[in-house]
Design a protein around this ligand. Structure first.
Ligand SMILES: Nc1nc2c(ncn2[C@@H]2O[C@H](COP(=O)(O)OP(=O)(O)OP(=O)(O)O)[C@@H](O)[C@H]2O)c(=O)[nH]1
Ligand SMILES: [Mg+2]
Length: 211
């Protein structure tokens, strides 16, 4: 059987950003199914590839760009962002300062990279290390507050994740990929909707109800 027949293959560059909030751990868990407690700062940028079989005819290769938190103010950032089609913006629920920094990161992405039709690229907000939070006490923001925050700042959704316990990482990424695919197909068909990913069953909903 010819591998290319009836197959839609996509390669998407996705940024994973935020300062020491568990980006590398999220990627390691998602791509290799492993977690390490030991912290080793990413220098510059690391790459990982995840292949997603969206359906029988659609394969998406996600090229994850794990950008070092410390590069935030470096000159290289714009180069790293080039041609990205989506991003996971990760903060650490145990360090509220990382949540407060989210707005600046989002502005930075919006400024530095745009879609083909000059719109902001889709960004999913990731509330990581949820395993360290007492369920009853929460971490400081309610679901409603987070939904509102996403709407206000233009995130396409948010997920509470744990790289340690492999929680919601696949869902967050799938939500982003579905969004990118939908726009890509719409763009390619110039407004047509022959391939419709709007169907509820195809789109995983964010854990927090979301935007
Ligand atoms: N408990 C817990 N610890 C986590 C989780 N994710 C990451 N960590 C820990 O947090 C520390 C930082 O994680 P990294 O994945 O290195 O963070 P990073 O964002 O890649 O950091 P930089 O490369 O410096 O930007 C490590 O000690 C991880 O083990 C999580 O979901 N739960
Ligand atoms: Mg790292």
């Amino acid at each position: 059987m010819n591998e290319t027949s009836n197959l839609n293959e996509y390669l998407y560059k996705v940024l994973v950003i935020g300062v020491t909030t568990g980006k590398t751990s999220i990627i390691q868990q998602y791509v290799h199914g492993i977690f390490s407690r030991k912290y080793k700062a990413t220098i510059g940028v690391d790459f990982a590839l995840k292949v997603l079989n969206v359906d029988e005819e659609t394969t998406v290769r996600i090229q994850l760009w794990d950008i070092a938190g410390q590069e935030r103010y470096g000159n290289m950032t714009r180069v790293y962002y080039k041609e990205a089609v989506g991003a996971l913006l990760v903060f650490d629920v145990t360090r509220m300062a990382t949540f407060e920094a989210v707005i600046k990161w989002k502005e930075d992405v919006d400024q530095k990279v745009r879609t083909k039709d000059d719109k902001p690229i889709p960004v999913v907000l990731v509330a990581n290390k949820i395993d360290l939070v007492n369920e009853k006490e929460g971490w400081g923001k309610t679901e409603e507050e987070m939904n509102q925050f996403c709407k206000e700042h233009g995130f396409i959704g948010w997920f509470a994740t744990s790289a340690k316990e492999n929680k919601n990482i696949g869902k967050a990424t799938r939500h982003l990929v579905d969004h990118i695919l939908k726009n890509d197909i719409k763009h390619a068909q110039n407004g047509g909707d022959g391939f419709n990913l709007d169907d509820e069953e195809d789109v995983e909903k964010p854990s927090g109800g979301c935007c």
